[in-house]
Design a binder for this molecule. Sequence first.
Ligand code: FES
Ligand code: FES
Length: 155
Amino acid sequence: MQIEVKINGVLKKLETSPGERLLDLLRRKGYKSVKRGCEEGECGACSIILEGKLVKSCLIFAPQVSGHSIITLEGLSPKGELHPIQRAFLEEGAVQCGFCTPGMILAAKVLLDKNPHPSEKEIKEAISGNLCRCTGYVKIVKAIKRVGETLNKNV
Ligand code: FES
Ligand code: FES
C-alpha cells in the first residue's frame, strides 16, 4: 500500500504495509536519527514529532500517519547547520553516546515551541519519556533551559 505523509516539510509517497511500524519505515527510508531502542515505548529513542506532539514511532503503524505531518531530527537542520537546541546540547556537554539525543532534542523542541522559558520541573516532565544511560540528565536539562530565548521556531 502507498501512504502520503509530509516528512520535515516535504510531501512523500511511500510504499509500506499495514503492519509496518513507523520506526521501521523511517529508518528504511534513511531517517536514521530515529533510533531503534526498546521497541516497546519505554525509552523514547524512536521519538518523532507528529502534528506538533512528541510520539514514539515504535508504537505507531506507518499507515496511521498517512495524510499527516511529521518531523524527525533531520528536519531541524535541513541545510546541515546546527539547530539552536543541537548547539546548546553540544556546548553544555549534554551528549555522550548520542543514542538518546535525537529524541531528547525533539522533546525539547515540542516543549520550547509551547513554552520558551520552561522551569526545571517542566523540562524534566517534558523529557520524562526519554531515557539516557550516559549523561545523568543534569546537562540535558541545563541545555534545554539555556536555549529557550534564542530558539528559532520556524522549522
Ligand atoms: S524504541 Fe520506541 S520507545 Fe524505545
Ligand atoms: S547520551 Fe548516551 S544514552 Fe543519552
